[in-house]
Design a protein around this ligand. Structure first.
Ligand code: HEC
Ligand code: HEC
Length: 289
C-alpha cells in the first residue's frame, strides 16, 4: 500500500518523508524546462556516439557512421595547399634568382617560404632574426664574408663553407701559433695592428711592429689595410664588425689558433626551390649586394 503523502503546510510541497529533529525535507521537483533540456542532451550524446568518433577501444576507437576524421581533414587541406602552391613552386624552379626578385608575386611567395625554411633549418646557428652570434655571422648587415650577391649567397647555402661537400667554399687561415709561424710576442703585435684598424691602440710601437708582420703574413688574404677578400672568406678587419669577438684576447686567440667555422651544405637536404627561396630571403634581409 502506498505511503500516505505528507504535504508541508506553509509551502504546499510534498515532503520526502526524511525528518531530522522535526525538520522535514521537501521534495521540490526540477523545473520542467531543465528536465527537458537534460533529456535532449542525453539524446544528443547518444546520436553523437553513433555518428561521430567517440569511444576509445583497446587499439582503436569507434569511428562513427559519418566517417569523420580530423586527421583526414588536415591531410586534405595540406594537399590542397600543396596543390595551390605547386604552380608557384614550379615557376620559382624555372625562374632565375634575379627574375624572382623582379616579380612581386613570386617575390612575396619566395620570402614567405624562405622565412619559414630559415626558421626550421638556419635559425639554430644564425638566430631567428638572422642576427647571428659569436662565430655565426649576422646575415642582416652588409658585411659579408663570402660576398652578398644573390648568386654568392645561393652558392654559400648550396655547398656550405668548409663543409664536407666537394664544392664547399674553403679558406683556411693558418693557426699562427700552433703551426709555429709566429711566436707569442709577434702575435700580440699583429693583434695590436689589427685592432688599430678600427680603434685607437695606445702602444704605437707594437702597432708598427705588427704592421710589418701583417704585410708579410696576412695581406695575401686580408689585403692591405685589412679590407678582406670575399673569394677567400677572409673578413674585413677594419670595419669594427667581428665574427669571433673584437676584444684583444679574442683577436689573439683567432690569430694563434685559427677558427675555421663550418656552415653545412644544403644542396642534398633541401630541394632547389627551397634553396632559391632561402637565398632570396637572406638577400633581402638588409645587406644584399
Ligand atoms: C651548424 C650551424 C649553421 C647552420 C645550421 C647554418 N649556418 Fe650559415 N653559417 C654558419 C657559419 C659558422 C658561417 C660562417 C662560416 C665562415 O667562417 O665563413 C655561416 C655562413 C653563412 C652565410 C655566409 C655569410 C657571409 O657573410 O658571407 C650565409 C649566407 C649563410 N650562412 C646562410 C645560411 C642559411 C640560409 C642556412 C639555413 C639553410 C644556414 N646558413 C644554416 C653556420 C651555420
Ligand atoms: C689563407 C688566408 C688567411 C691568412 C693568411 C690570414 N687569414 Fe685571417 N682569416 C682568414 C679567414 C678565412 C678568416 C675567417 C675565419 C673563419 O671563419 O675561420 C679569418 C679571420 C680572421 C680574424 C677574425 C675576424 C673576425 O671578424 O672575428 C682575424 C682577427 C684575422 N683573421 C687576422 C689575421 C691575421 C692577423 C693574419 C696574419 C697574421 C691572418 N688573419 C692571416 C683567412 C686568412
Amino acid at each position: 500500500m502506498a505511503r500516505e503523502r505528507e504535504i508541508d503546510q506553509p509551502t504546499g510541497t510534498e515532503t520526502t518523508g526524511h525528518e531530522w529533529d522535526g525538520i522535514k525535507e521537501l521534495n521540490t521537483p526540477l523545473p520542467r524546462w531543465w528536465l527537458w533540456t537534460w533529456y535532449a542532451t542525453i539524446v544528443w550524446a547518444v546520436g553523437y556516439w553513433v555518428l561521430m568518433p567517440a569511444w576509445p577501444l583497446v587499439n582503436s576507437y569507434t569511428t562513427g557512421l559519418l566517417g569523420h576524421s580530423q586527421r583526414a581533414a588536415v591531410a586534405e587541406s595540406i594537399a590542397q595547399a600543396r596543390q595551390a602552391q605547386s604552380g608557384y613552386v614550379q615557376r620559382i624552379q624555372a625562374a632565375s634568382l634575379a627574375d624572382i626578385e623582379g616579380d612581386s608575386t613570386l617575390l612575396e611567395f619566395a620570402l614567405a617560404g624562405g622565412r619559414s625554411a630559415f626558421a626550421v633549418n638556419c635559425s639554430q646557428c644564425h638566430g631567428l632574426g638572422a642576427a647571428g652570434s659569436l662565430g655565426y655571422p649576422n646575415l642582416n648587415d652588409d658585411d659579408w664574408l663570402w660576398g652578398g650577391t644573390l648568386d654568392g649567397i645561393d652558392q654559400t647555402i648550396r655547398f656550405g663553407i668548409r663543409s664536407s661537400h666537394d664544392d664547399a667554399r674553403v679558406g683556411d687561415m693558418p693557426a699562427f701559433l700552433r703551426d709555429e709561424i709566429l711566436d707569442r710576442a709577434q702575435i700580440e703585435d699583429v693583434a695590436a695592428y689589427v685592432l688599430s684598424l678600427s680603434e685607437t691602440v695606445e702602444d704605437t710601437e707594437a702597432v708598427a711592429r705588427g704592421a710589418a708582420i701583417f704585410a708579410e703574413q696576412c695581406v695575401a688574404c686580408h689585403q692591405d689595410g685589412g679590407t678582406g677578400s670575399p673569394e677567400l672568406g677572409a673578413p674585413n678587419l677594419a670595419d669594427g664588425i667581428w665574427l669571433y669577438g673584437g676584444d684583444r684576447a679574442n683577436v689573439i686567440q683567432t690569430i694563434a689558433s685559427g677558427r675555421a667555422g663550418v656552415m653545412p651544405a644544403w644542396v642534398d637536404r633541401l630541394d632547389a626551390a627551397t634553396i632559391k627561396q632561402l637565398a632570396i630571403y637572406v638577400h633581402t634581409l638588409g645587406g644584399g649586394e
